[in-house]
Design a protein around this ligand. Structure first.
Ligand code: GLC
Length: 570
């Protein structure tokens, strides 16, 4: 006979749980019929997640209908083993699984996250970037698309999908606005960087105001927003099992508009996306123009998500074919030319230059002298990463966190590459994690290089902000990547570091210094994505099945062909 008991979840809500079920029964069970969480979780408690490979975890059942894409990409989109069912997480409280109390920071984080909610005509539609009244607001009083992603994941993981749905629909409406900078009109598909609710107390009305780059510092359109929007739509669909949102004609159109922007034919000789500086999380001049890894990884992930979400009607099919071709070219290009490890480094070190024709080994004419000094020490014997940028005679060797984590999550990185990225993070822990996770990029640029590359930006001085600063929000990405390749203990280490300071320091936006020991010079406090990033990391570690929302399995058809070194061809 099943008994019902009350349990307190992380955010303090009380729910009933059925004590009769076991994980093994759940494997066969329709999750939609389940009570919130079984009490007698019949899993091996002696071994921690650290020791167990994730593939050993119980396979969940996907409430999503079988993929509508009948090509192989769609078929591969079955992270069911990591699938997080709708409603509340099954393995929600750490206490129940591992016998320890939830960290006190969790309740505080939820409380602040809820305070950051932004309402439009009575409905929550997003979260404000920072709840900090002490600093000048600038645009931190807005809902940023990229910033909302960790908030959205936190709400989805907590069984609160409504706000995510509202956000998706609201931003979709904004997409259809006419966007202009001076006399120039932006592409139809551009999604806003951020938006704000304006209250008119006299007329008692509310209106939305959006920024597509026309108000942003530097006037750059956020290329990442559209990709995050598609990625979030898939996360919502995965988490709730409700495909009706993605199937709405408006959502299908919104997706196609975003895709039209990045799949259009032009003068490109590479499948990567050519971008302006500051078009992503790093939204100031930081020398990321060209083909930044962050955008390429998000592009790849959004394409794969779109393949699952697009309907198989005439228009959808046409896009699927284009996506299919692009994914092949993009994965080949990225895995071959953006990848660096000891061997590749050695090859570049010995590159010949000025090679002409298709037989060239050094295709982009990279000058070995452009190899920075630091990379020879930084590159571990075991390990590797995707470099920051690759273009004509240009290789930005800096390590960027977001792009590398998304490369793992989207399976843009092959399993070997994903493992190598983790090996590198592990062996360069001090440099990349230090005292506060996690470096947005490594290393910082200084002196003359800083002058030239940032245009003397005082906010981006060495080891600060985007220039080698440490961003707590990145914790969720690290955690997801760690779980995906079976090293949750690394994520746990990083989370424990963050727990020593984050709340005491008032949830700053970023930290400064080589080791991230100082609260960022101009960092906002109560930065929402620092808070949400922490919560998502915690929830994912407690219940790795949440990973399914943000990860895609390897696509076996996208095999890497690494052919760059002369020694290879000899
Ligand atoms: C900063 C960050 C950007 C973020 C915004 C709001 O401009 O660089 O990535 O979206 O703040 O938090």
């Amino acid at each position: 006979m099943s008994t019902l008991s009350a349990d307190v979840s992380q955010n303090g809500t009380i729910k009933n749980v059925d004590s009769s079920s076991s994980v093994f029964e759940l494997e066969e069970y329709d999750f939609s019929k389940l009570p919130d969480r079984p009490k007698n979780l019949n899993i091996d408690r002696q071994r921690s997640f650290d020791e167990r490979s994730l593939t050993e975890l119980p396979m969940g059942h996907s409430p999503c209908p079988p993929s509508r894409a009948d090509n192989y990409y769609g078929a591969l989109d079955h992270f069911d083993g990591f699938f997080s069912p709708s409603k509340r997480s099954l393995l929600n409280t750490p206490r129940s699984l591992f016998g320890y109390e939830p960290h006190p920071m969790i309740a505080e984080a939820w409380e602040t996250l809820r305070r950051s909610l932004v309402y439009f005509r009575g409905q929550p539609v997003g979260t404000i970037a920072a709840l900090d009244s002490s600093e000048e607001k600038l645009n931190y009083d807005q809902v940023f698309v990229r910033d909302f992603v960790p908030s959205a994941l936190a709400f989805l993981m907590n069984g609160e999908p409504e706000i995510v749905k509202n956000f998706i629909l609201k931003t979709l409406r904004l997409q259809s606005w006419e966007k202009k900078i001076d006399r120039f009109q932006l592409g139809e598909g551009v999604m806003p960087a951020s938006f704000k609710v304006l209250h008119d107390p006299v007329r008692n009305t509310e209106t939305l105001m959006a920024d597509f780059g026309e108000s942003a510092i530097g006037r750059v359109a956020p290329v990442d927003s559209g990709f995050w929007w598609i990625i979030l739509l898939r996360a919502y669909t995965r988490s709730t099992g409700d495909s009706s949102l993605a199937e709405m004609p408006e959502c299908q159109k919104g997706m196609r508009l975003i895709l039209s922007l990045c799949l259009s034919e032009g003068y490109d000789t590479f499948p990567t996306l050519l971008c302006a500086d500051g078009c992503c999380m790093i939204d100031r001049r930081m020398g990321v123009y060209g083909y930044p890894i962050e955008i390429q990884a998000l592009f790849f992930m959004a394409l794969r998500c779109a393949l699952v979400l697009l309907k198989q009607d005439a228009e959808g099919k046409e896009f699927m074919e284009r996506i299919d071709k692009r994914l092949h070219a993009l994965s080949y290009h990225m895995r071959s030319y953006f990848w660096i490890d000891m061997k590749q480094l050695n090859d570049i070190y010995r590159y010949k230059t000025e090679e002409y024709s298709h037989t060239a080994v050094n295709k982009f004419n990279i000058m070995p002298d452009s190899l920075p000094e630091w990379i020879f020490d930084f590159m571990p014997t075991l390990g590797g990463y995707f470099v920051g940028n690759v273009g004509p005679s240009n290789m930005d060797f800096r390590w960027f966190c977001l792009g590398n984590c998304i490369a793992i999550l989207s399976s843009l990185a092959t399993p070997e590459q994903a493992t190598a990225i983790m090996d590198l993070i592990e062996s360069r822990w001090q440099e990349l994690v230090g005292d506060m996770p996690l470096k947005v990029c490594y290393p910082a640029i200084e002196g003359h290089e800083w002058q030239i590359i940032t245009g003397c930006d005082p906010k981006n001085i060495r080891w600060s902000y985007h220039n080698g600063g440490s961003w707590p929000v990145l914790l969720w990405l690290l955690t997801a990547a760690c779980i995906k390749i079976g090293r949750p203990q690394l994520a746990r280490r990083a989370i424990e570091l963050a727990e020593t300071r984050l709340s005491k320091d008032g949830w700053p936006e970023y930290y400064d210094g080589k080791l991230g020991r100082f609260i960022g010079k101009q960092a906002r406090r109560n930065q929402t994505w620092s808070i949400a990033g922490y919560l998502v990391a915690k929830m994912m570690l407690e219940d790795p099945s949440h990973l399914g929302m943000v990860a895609l399995e390897e696509d076996k058809h996208l095999k890497p062909v690494l052919r760059r070194s002369s020694s290879w061809t000899n």
